[in-house]
Design a protein around this ligand. Structure first.
Ligand SMILES: [Zn+2]
Length: 432
């Protein structure tokens, strides 16, 4: 059996208890009832902490016990924690359990509205989160290369190879840690040419300004009449470094007037196909989704692989995340019930200051396409009420025509920043 430990510390712990002997060991460690069943609520008392010594001996046989002991050591003394049977990897359920632990320890519940939301999501969807900034790499899929089947083309060794590291989410968006083992070198190379540049182009200036580190450091965004770059050499705790904006335009006589002007940046060199952005977002989901659901995404994968042509797709919600995401964060929710009014799978994807909420189209467990306003409305309202702190806009990403993002902005320099000290204006001819 597997048990999950939820405590006041940020780390959740899954412990595998393979034999009865191991179970006896853990029932010695924890408080149990007269029948020998481990109690759900435990206290990290002095007595409990002193029992942790038994791990020292066990760790000589198996190093994993050291890691388990380290987690128990970090639980604050005399605080309550809970032991739940089973391996719990549903993000929302874990969040729920963590709230329960907070309450047990008398920590004020300030999230009652959020609680209701969490319960609603938990009752409808199984949810998993993937953090592109995690310290440890997270590998998805089969370890043994000879047993791998590519999630996208369905091929195996020796027809295809798995030599390159396939980032489940594009490295250009700052993903360092989420790796998909089940993406062959051919598909990896193909996506890097076909759909991945689209999302990077769409978000280019944000990737620069929000200092997202891709494979070759921070991206420089070069448009027709401007160039945007960020140099982190001057970075400190209070600033992001030096942002350089090179503009090809006439400066007004009075430099003050320049800061009042609305600047129109021509980003037409950074073209993207909206539908490819949608495909790429769904490609990320297919890369991370648990293997047991893959068969439901067969037609989604066919669509991702296909030549991009116009087709009517669900609307995509795009919001201002209001926080800075230095690396991508992906939350995938799979419907647990047969309520077909809700899409079978939807996901949230956040990077820089932007968050996308989207339905995965063409799954076998959707009865509807969610492309009509009436059918889409349920999803729209669900997103707006569940993630109500985010201001959402609703966008069509069905087009197969190349387009580009309009960048209109004014430079707002706070009055405490001084010209010649905190910022500089260099005016030279042919400055691009
Ligand atoms: Zn493949």
């Amino acid at each position: 059996m597997i048990i999950t430990i939820v405590s006041l510390i940020d780390q959740f712990l899954n412990i595998n208890i393979p034999t009865y002997k191991d179970y006896q060991f853990f029932s010695y460690l924890f408080e149990s009832n007269t029948k020998g069943d481990i109690l759900r609520v435990q206290v990290a008392s002095k007595k409990f902490k002193s029992r942790l010594k038994i791990f020292d001996e066990l760790s000589r046989v198996n190093r994993k016990y050291l890691a388990i002991k380290a987690v128990f050591d970090r639980i604050p003394e005399d605080s309550k924690f809970i032991v739940v049977p089973g391996k719990i990897d549903d993000t929302i359920l874990l969040y729920h359990l963590r709230n329960e632990v907070d309450k047990l320890n008398g920590i004020e519940d300030t999230t009652s509205n959020l609680d209701k939301t969490i319960s609603q999501i938990a009752s409808l969807y199984y949810t998993q989160s993937f953090n592109g900034n995690a310290k440890r790499r997270q590998y998805i899929g089969e370890t043994d290369k000879s047993n791998r089947i590519c999630r996208f083309c369905g091929q195996q060794v020796p027809i295809v190879s798995f030599n390159n590291t396939a980032h489940a989410i594009s490295e250009s968006l700052g993903n360092k840690s989420i790796i998909c083992r089940e993406e062959c070198d051919n598909c990896n190379e193909r996506f890097s040419r076909t759909i991945e540049p689209d999302i990077a182009n769409m978000l280019s200036s944000l990737l620069t300004i929000y200092s997202i580190h891709g494979k070759n450091g921070i991206r420089t965004t070069a448009g027709k009449n401007f160039k945007l770059s960020l140099n982190e050499a001057t970075k400190s705790d209070t600033n992001v470094g030096t942002i350089t904006i090179q503009l090809q335009q006439k400066f007004p006589e009075n430099i003050e007037d320049f800061f009042k002007e609305q600047l129109s940046l021509d980003a037409s060199t950074l073209k993207y196909i909206p539908q490819n952005v949608y495909k790429c977002l769904c490609k990320y989901v297919v890369s991370v989704v648990n293997k047991r659901y893959l068969a439901d995404f067969r037609k989604t994968i066919d669509w991702i692989n296909s030549t991009t042509r116009y087709c009517k797709l669900p609307i995509v919600a795009i919001g201002d995340a209001q926080i800075k995401m230095e690396a991508p964060y992906l939350i995938v929710s799979i419907r647990k019930t047969n309520n077909y009014n809700y899409p079978y799978c939807f996901a949230l994807f956040a990077i820089a200051n932007t968050i996308f909420a989207f339905i995965i189209p063409f799954t076998s467990k959707n009865k509807y396409h969610f492309t009509t306003p009436k059918k889409y409305k349920i999803f729209q309202e669900m997103i707006q009420s569940w993630y109500n702190r985010i201001k959402w806009s609703f966008n069509k990403l069905s087009s197969s025509q190349r387009t580009y993002t309009r960048v209109d902005f004014t430079l707002q320099i706070p009055p405490e920043c001084k010209l010649g000290k905190d910022y500089f204006v260099l005016n030279k001819k042919n400055n691009l």
